[in-house]
Design a protein around this ligand. Structure first.
Ligand code: ZN
Length: 95
């Protein structure tokens, strides 16, 4: 019997691989607050951002206050999107 191999593929993604469920690159710049559920602290400007488990507020903080890091996070996200869409194509189309 064949098992899906998705987990094995995901573990080869390099330094942004947080291991668990924090997949988006933007989380690299935030630490989840343990005191207030649904908030995270920006590791750069130390602001606490309400995110309710979606990354758009976190990206907004980066965009407004840390444009360089925002760009980095966006680039990383695009790279991962590219990787994901490449994986969807068949090997025949890559040459
Ligand atoms: Zn910030």
């Amino acid at each position: 019997m064949e098992a899906p191999d998705l987990e094995a593929n995901a573990s080869s993604s390099g330094k942004f691989d947080a291991g668990k469920h924090l997949r988006s690159a933007v989380w690299y710049f935030f630490t989840r607050s343990t005191e207030v559920v649904g908030t995270s602290k920006c590791t750069i400007c130390s602001d606490v951002v309400k995110h309710a488990n979606n990354t758009s507020n976190l990206l907004k903080d980066l965009k407004l206050k840390q444009p360089a890091q925002h760009k980095e996070a966006e680039n990383q996200r695009k790279k991962e999107e590219k990787k994901a869409s490449k994986r969807r194509k068949t090997a025949d189309n890559l040459r």
